[in-house]
Each structure stands twice: as structure tokens, then as C-alpha cells.
Design a protein around this ligand. Sequence first.
Ligand SMILES: Nc1ncnc2c1ncn2[C@@H]1O[C@H](COP(=O)(O)OP(=O)(O)OP(=O)(O)O)[C@@H](O)[C@H]1O
Length: 235
Amino acid sequence: MYAVEVENLTKIYGSGNTAVTALADASLQVKPGELVAILGPSGSGKTTLLTAIGLINEPTRGRVILDGTTVADGGWVPGIDLKKVRREKIGFIFQSHNLIPFLTARENVMVALEINGLPKRVAGKRAVELLEALNLGHRVGTYPAFLSGGESQRVAIARALANRPRVILADEPTAALDTENGKNVMVLLKKLAVENNSAIMVVTHDHRMVEGFDRIFDVRDGRIAGERFNHEATK
Ligand SMILES: Nc1ncnc2c1ncn2[C@@H]1O[C@H](COP(=O)(O)OP(=O)(O)OP(=O)(O)O)[C@@H](O)[C@H]1O
């Protein structure tokens, strides 16, 4: 079973003379354990695609199937609890890490767990384990203002992973990092995809990172214009 299936997805913003077709019949599938890039010029529809899969942006037409559950079929499937599906199946990583400034690294990760009903003590323990796995064991009590860019991004990754989501969606996660930290984040994402059997989709402009992906989807004018396998990455 695919972790993510998108079929003929179309998104039209606005209506009449001002209507903009941001996605036009885009289709793709991503398997569990796969790390894929969504690559394309500015305005090509990458973010629209990612936010539709992330249940943030309602598609106009077409289907989104997450982990076997149809969530959109010409708009959201009636009666579906979008928040619940989002919380349980999806982890987000943003370009700017969006950490909560008045919470420590550990507390930032705990928030994601507590929202899903984990008791504080259990959440605290798991948050520390996650941060340790990302080589941040020495930073658990540190506030975001005192973390480097690479460290902050790893805390954000720990938070996105906290609930072991089947699908991880990342919007330019390496853009604010130097090449070395960016490459480390890519290696880490690949490791996590494999270990957790998650599908990871990354919107990127960052050509420095392209070789780290298993597969690359090229987006042009709201369409999937091409698909490349990265044999180097899968060796
Ligand atoms: N809320 C909106 N209302 C109207 N048009 C929008 C809206 N969001 C995006 N668009 C338009 O839809 C098209 C696709 O935008 P989108 O943000 O998905 O592209 P992108 O590939 O992610 O671009 P970038 O790389 O610059 O972030 C663009 O023409 C954009 O102007």
C-alpha cells in the first residue's frame, strides 16, 4: 500500500476572471520508507500540493489517499475529522522551524505528544529519547534562541516525528542551513524514512540537496512534469 496517493489533484484559487489554477491534474504515489523531492520553479504549485496532502488546503478536484484512507475526493471527504488525521498521520517540518520560543527543546517536542493524549511523564521521556537520537541530548533544556540553525531544525524534526507519522511533509527544510548542516538533515531524513517506514515529501529549491533523495518529482505549471529516480541515493 502507498503511504501517499494523489490522483488528478486540481486546485483553483478564486473564481471568474481572477481564478488561478495552481494544480492541474497532478498525480503521484509515494511508498513507505521513501524520501522524495518536489522540485520546481516559484509559483509552480509545490506548496499547494504539499498543503493539500497535509490537509491544510482543500483541493478543488481529485483525490488524496493517506495510508489507505481517502481524505479528499473532490473536496474533503464529508465527515472526516481532518484534525485527527493530521495529528495521527502527518508530521510537518517548515523552513523556519516554528519552535515555541518560551519552551525548551524538550518541551517543544512534548507539546506534540501531549496533544495526542500522552501523559506528561511519558511525553517527557519520549521527547528526550527523540532528541538524543538526533544528537541533541545535550540541548534538551535549551531554549530555541540559544540553539544553532541546524540544532533548531533537528528539534523541529524531532517534533514532527514524535507521533511516528506515516507521512512527513517538509517545506524547504534545508534552505536556511549551510551545506553541511543541510546534508546532515537530508541524511537524517533518509534514515528516519527507512527506520520508521514513513513517506517523506520535501518541497525544495535547494539543488545542493538533490542527490539525497530517492525520487524527484518535477513540478511545472501545476503539473507533475517528470519523475526521476536517484540511483545514487538508493545504492
Ligand atoms: N491563497 C492563494 N490565493 C490565490 N492564489 C494563490 C494562493 N496561493 C498560491 N496561489 C497561486 O498559486 C500558484 C502556485 O502557488 P504555490 O505557492 O503552490 O507555488 P510554489 O511552487 O510553492 O511557489 P514558491 O516556490 O514560490 O513557494 C501561484 O501562481 C500562486 O500565485
